[in-house]
Each structure stands twice: as C-alpha cells, then as structure tokens.
Ligand binder design. Sequence first.
Ligand code: ADP
Ligand code: MG
Length: 222
Amino acid sequence: MITLRDIQKTFIPPAGPFTALHEVNLDIAAGSFVAIVGESGSGKSTLLNVLAGVERPTGGTIHIADVALHSLTERELTRWRGSAAGIVFQFFQLMPTLTAAENVMLAMDFVGRWAPRERRERAEGLLRRLGVVAQANKLPLTLSGGQQQRVAIARALANGPSLLLADEPTGNLDSRTSDGIFELFAALAQEGETVVMATHAAAAGKFATRTIALADGRVVLS
Ligand code: ADP
Ligand code: MG
C-alpha cells in the first residue's frame, strides 16, 4: 500500500543543510501495524511527516495507495491528507473548549465527506468503537490522558482514512494505559487500517506486526 524509494529529506536551516532521511526504501502492506523505533533525532518524526504529506521529500518517490505524493501540489496534498491520513500526537492536541464528540465532528467539518446531520452519530460511533462513548459530552481536560488519546484517535479516524499515523502517541501515558493504546492500534490494523507509529516504548514491539528501526536518518532494520 505504501512504497518509498530512495526518500531523502534535507532541511536547510540557517545553520546549514542537514539531511534527516537518507535513501529510505520501504514497502508497507495495508493492514500492518508498524512501530518505528530509534533514538531521539534519528528521523522518526520526519518520516511520519513525509508519510502524512506534511513534509515534502527532497529526493525519491512515495506512493500511498497509488497516489504519487511526491508529485502533488501543496493544495492537492492538503486535500489528500484530509481524507486519506489521520494523525495522532503525543500531547493529544484536542480543542479544549469543545467536547470529545465536538472535537471529532470538527475534523469532519473540515473535509465535508459526511453531511452535517450525520456527523454527531458518526462521532459517537467512533467514540464507542474506541471505548470512550461515555465521555462524548465532556471537555478534554476532564478526561484521563488515556481517554484523551482515544478521543484523539477517534478524531484521526473521523474522515475514514486508510492510513493512521501516530507520533509517540503514548509518550505522555503510563505503561498500562500505553498497552491499551497499542492493543487498540493492533485491533484497528486487523480491521484493515494501516497504522504507522513512532515510539520509544519497548512494549510496542509485542503489539506491532513489524518494527522498523532508524539510526541517523537511515533504515537499519525493517
Ligand atoms: P526523531 O523524531 O526521531 O526524534 P526528527 O525526525 O524529529 O527525529 O529529527 C531528525 C533530525 O532532523 C534531527 O537532527 C532534527 O534536529 C532535524 N530536523 C527535524 N526537523 C527539522 C527542521 N525543520 N529543520 C532542521 N532540522 C530539522
Ligand atoms: Mg520525534
């Protein structure tokens, strides 16, 4: 489903060019749950951002379900990302003034794939699937960290993407809660979702179907 060929990403900050990804070649099958591991600074977030179409590679080609991301315009990339990729972050990044259900509905409002009157029911369905429907009408700050992350995952799934990307999604959670999130990703992958997650948590390897290790911007294990 995902094919990366000779992907390179060079940043050009004032201090001088820095290559964060070198000749990355990967094939990731649909329905896999991939853990990307590696030390801080090894390029995990950069790789996820390339997969999300947030960062454009400076070399190489990337195809996701037959879409050639490297050749899309900025505008086409934004439209692609809205419905094809869902992104989950370490610090959840929920809107604090909106309830859990409203956070999920807001993501649908941006893309417009579902009619306005269908959005609440769909949001509640996603929250139910993620085990937090009882929290639907609560504000994020009244929820536990694990519950907030489940709401953030529901939001990432709001527009029915086939690719779910997560950058250190359990970096702010205790190990028991983290295992619950990893189990959830494994279950989503079994249902056909492709999940790619950057993580420091050693326990992730027990749940992922595949581990890819990066060191200094190169794939050292896949
Ligand atoms: P990780 O997520 O594994 O900690 P990152 O992908 O965030 O690693 O970063 C990889 C390397 O690229 C780091 O050395 C980082 O400083 C550098 N880097 C990341 N983003 C930028 C940027 N926008 N400009 C310059 N350097 C960057
Ligand atoms: Mg990172």
